[in-house]
Design a binder for this molecule. Structure first.
Ligand code: ATP
Length: 426
């Protein structure tokens, strides 16, 4: 098995990610998150919100509707330009993105090195939905990016909060794209989540470029700060011809994945594209000056981040498989076990510790198999610490705390246990 096969298998077996609607044969480009996957994904989103909204004075959050008036998409240019180039293989009628030469080459090898492609056409990625009860139903779209929900609420946010330029609006939510070739597990899905900051600045080349550079640094440091190895991260500047229709300048943060260097966040200088298209402007409350702010955006994918955090933390050691996830995002923070599952006194004592820790942390309980197996089972899902109640616990009210990464053990009194983990998690 190659490493991706191992990761996909672990994700399914341990309840991180399942194929969507699997019992009906699945649906290409859709995935479901299981009990551990939802914890990991929620922790990533929570940490992002904490760092991008709560820790800053100049950012507020919103949560806009997924379906908006179709006029939004007309104005934003998405109905016209949110497209990928498409070609079809004339022999087998499979369709591919024309801008992915390595994929086209791979397909050509299936036809002995030669394929006859149709002329390239542009394919719009917006997903149509139909609303209402009378025919013809009203056509609308599932949003192709969460960004437009921020722009259409620009004035509402200014009127209802105390923000002043420069300021940012943050949002996390689902987006939908009718991708031509979904694939590489959750990397390219048709339904996915984005976490975005739209940062509004005065129109000025120098200031906006300084903001662009500082947001680039902040975002790459966010990923490395949560454990992604710096050697697996890099920036890639977009060439002018590959930039999205709204972008004056664009840089991707890429991850060195088993399927190549791939984007997991885009930093875009959107200029005044969106606010002008929506005919929105800003009046400086002090100077009275009227202008259309420029926007610098950081647009990350929650699902790609989740996948890359799993891949980057995946280790196969001699006897065990470990997810060395940062404790801030690990699904469980602690697992609690009795040393022996058939000794009632140990089980009761361990259960009491479990109940105690559950007040403050997400905690796993396990009595299956022997203690070594339980440690390995927790290693495989990234639980940073395991607490074992043993015979000494009955006499001295202390437990062993075993560290996932070093596999070393430490004795800690039960009354200090909560503080011990709180200190580790700051
Ligand atoms: P790509 O070039 O891979 O298609 P993009 O440049 O179109 O991505 P953006 O429009 O910049 O992507 O979207 C911002 C972020 O949203 C991406 O960096 C990625 O993390 C996430 N994202 C975009 N499309 C998908 C998708 N189909 N599946 C999962 N995540 C996605």
């Amino acid at each position: 098995m190659d490493v991706m096969e191992k990761i996909v298998s672990l994700c399914k077996r341990r309840g991180f990610i399942y194929p969507g609607s699997e019992i009906y044969g699945g649906l290409t480009g859709f995935w479901d998150y299981g009990p551990l996957g939802v914890e990991l994904k929620n922790n990533i989103k929570r940490q992002w919100w904490k760092d991008m909204v709560y820790s800053r004075d100049d950012v507020v959050g919103i949560d806009a509707a997924i379906i908006m008036n179709p006029e939004v998409w007309k104005a934003s240019g998405h109905l016209e330009a949110f497209t990928d180039p498409l070609v079809e293989c004339k022999a087998c009628h499979k369709r591919f993105r024309a801008d992915q030469p390595e994929v086209l080459k791979k397909h050509e090898t299936e036809h002995h090195g030669k394929a006859d492609w149709t002329k390239q056409v542009t394919f719009n990625l917006m997903t149509e939905v139909f609303l209402g009860v009378t025919e013809p139903k009203q056509k609308a779209y599932l949003r192709g990016e969460i960004t437009q929900g921020v722009f259409v609420n620009f004035q509402n946010v200014i009127n209802s909060s105390r923000v002043k330029i420069p300021f940012g609006i943050a949002q996390i939510g689902k987006a939908f794209r009718n991708e031509i070739t979904p694939g590489n597990f959750t990397f390219r899905s048709r339904e996915f989540e984005q976490m975005e900051l739209e940062y509004f600045v005065k129109p000025s080349d120098d200031d906006s470029l300084a903001t662009f550079e500082s947001l680039k640094e902040m975002r790459i440091n966010w990923y490395s700060g949560l454990g992604i190895s710096t050697k697996n991260l890099r920036f890639r500047d977009h060439e002018p011809e590959e930039r999205a229709h709204y972008a004056r300048q664009a840089t991707d943060i890429e991850y060195n994945s088993p399927f190549g260097w791939k984007e997991f966040e885009g930093i875009h200088h959107r200029g005044d594209w969106d606010l002008s298209r929506h005919k929105l402007s800003y009046k400086d409350p002090e100077s009275g000056e009227n202008y259309t702010p420029w926007v610098i955006e950081t647009s990350g994918g929650v699902d790609r981040a989740t996948l890359f955090f799993i891949i980057d933390s995946f280790r196969e050691e001699e006897k065990r498989v470990v997810l060395k996830l940062d404790s801030k995002i690990a699904p469980y923070k602690v697992a609690v076990f009795p040393l022996l599952a058939n000794k009632d006194k140990l089980v009761d004592k361990a259960r009491g510790i479990y109940e105690l820790l559950k007040r403050d942390f997400v905690v796993a309980w396990d009595t299956r198999g022997n203690i070594g197996k339980r440690y390995f089972a927790q290693d495989e899902i990234g639980t940073p610490w395991c607490v074992t109640a043993d015979f000494e616990t009955l006499d001295k009210d202390s437990v062993t705390v075993r560290d996932r990464d070093t596999a070393t053990q430490e004795r800690v009194s039960i009354d200090k246990l909560s503080d011990y983990f709180h200190n580790k998690l700051v």
